[in-house]
Design a protein around this ligand. Structure first.
Ligand SMILES: Cc1cc2nc3c(=O)[nH]c(=O)nc-3n(C[C@H](O)[C@H](O)[C@H](O)COP(=O)(O)O)c2cc1C
Length: 408
């Protein structure tokens, strides 16, 4: 249930422990997923552990290991984790290190679907229906019913790996037009079977994955669903339908919290990030004619949106009356103590922070002593394209330059 609105918030009351399904976080701050790129073989490395330990030592409640693909075909960028039993040794070392540092660990599980590229996965990407992705210049093929069944099992298998590895939570990536959220979108989902048509049908795949995961793991860890409220693309998902998806998923009782997000990794990417559009950064990820293409058309493809603090708040409020069982996590432009206080005051149980923590891993510790300190992240978004090497804020020294050799 939503926490009741509270008008008497101080550093002490805000950083109180929070119950999240079967676990308790020492405070309501979650490090949002920022595809780390420190796993060249798809496995945990010391560099990855050190990177996350920095956030826990810096005072957050729980970090999110991201992005963890449920299969090799589900990778979105290089150096991501493959969430399979073979990688258990390193995953266990990861959770042990987070617990030792005093925090909790969540793993973001997903399949990139139309966001994937053949260059990274070695196979043609899949989507609910055949689709040409203008960002990657690739045609996705329509996923078959047999593959839908396989992917449900892969999600449940990956969740079980998370349990065995000692994670406290998993975050199902149902956002950003990755595979599952591409089913919600009438723009990408033209299916005429039980997975297409009405919003109930377009939510079916997500609901079946959620239930398969819950059945497998029961209450052994918390389940977070990262859900897109609004894709920022004409003809795709918007609040009228995403609130219905949230209602359907919430009704199952299997979701402990929704982390509400927006935007897409398929097109108009800046709708998610807001702030400076880093064309040079995007061009640097490409070669030859593609590099030129990015310089000419990048701004049009990525879009341009000014940064605003708490930019997802207005949309996220819409979910407060719809979601009755799960807690809500506010995300997007949370940079200062005041933003966390506003989120709590508005009735959000938890907050997730991405770029502010990349810039200052110890921002929460600093807030405890200086609540009026302004966060240093300027939303230049130069971190955005660092996901193609090792994700980092360009203004922060890489505090995790340790080994990128697989730990097992
Ligand atoms: C470098 C970078 C990598 C990201 N990678 C992921 C990811 O792997 N999965 C995901 O769901 N979101 C990802 N995001 C989005 C963030 O989780 C978050 O939704 C977004 O940055 C807005 O929050 P913020 O304003 O606190 O940064 C990424 C963001 C950044 C900046």
């Amino acid at each position: 249930m939503m926490d009741r609105k509270d008008n008497n918030l101080t550093v002490e009351t805000i950083f109180q422990p929070v119950q999240l399904g079967p676990i308790v976080l020492r405070n309501p701050i979650i490090k949002a997923a920022t595809s780390e790129g420190r796993s060249p073989e798809g496995k945990v490395t010391q560099a990855l552990i050190d990177f996350h330990r920095g956030f826990i030592e810096g005072g957050i409640g729980m970090t999110t290991l991201a992005y963890c693909a449920i299969s090799k075909e589900g990778f979105a960028a290089p150096g991501e984790i493959l969430m399979v039993k073979e990688n258990m040794g390193g995953l266990k070392k990861f959770t042990e290190a987070m617990h030792e540092a005093g925090g909790k660990a969540s793993a973001q599980l997903g399949h990139a679907g139309p966001v994937a590229t053949k260059k990274i996965t070695g196979v043609r990407p899949i989507a609910p229906s055949r689709f040409f992705n203008l960002t990657s210049l690739q045609t996705c093929r329509a996923i078959t019913l047999k593959e839908i069944e396989q992917i449900k099992v892969q999600f449940a298998d990956a969740a079980e790996v998370a349990v065995e590895a000692g994670f406290d939570a998993i975050e199902l990536h149902f956002g950003h037009l990755y595979l599952v959220s591409s089913f919600f979108s009438p723009w990408l989902n033209k299916r005429t079977d039980q997975y297409g048509g009405s919003i109930t049908n377009r939510t079916r795949f997500a609901k079946e994955i959620l239930l398969a995961v819950k059945e497998r793991i029961q209450d052994r860890l918390a389940i977070i669903v990262k859900l897109s409220m609004d894709d920022g693309i004409k003809g795709s998902i918007w609040l009228d339908e995403s609130t219905e998806t949230a209602r359907i998923l919430d009704e199952t009782g299997a979701v402990d919290a929704f982390e509400l997000t927006m935007g897409s990794s398929v097109s108009n990417q800046m709708y998610l990030f807001r702030g400076e559009t880093d064309i040079d950064g995007m061009a640097a990820t490409q070669k030859g004619i593609m590099k030129l293409g990015v310089k000419w058309f990048g701004r049009k493809i990525l879009g341009e949106y000014p940064y605003k603090d708490l930019y997802m708040l207005e949309s996220a409020r819409q979910f407060q009356t719809v979601v009755k069982k799960a807690k809500l996590i506010l995300l997007g432009g949370i940079n200062n103590f005041e933003h966390i206080a506003i989120a709590k005051q508005e009735g959000f149980s938890l907050v997730a922070m991405g770029r502010a923590l990349l810039r200052e891993p110890d921002i929460i510790q600093k807030m405890r002593t200086h609540p009026y300190k302004t966060g240093l992240c300027i939303h230049c978004n130069k971190c955005m394209f660092s996901v193609y090497s090792t994700t980092n804020c360009v203004f922060t020294k890489d505090y995790a330059t340790t080994s990128q050799v697989a730990l097992g």
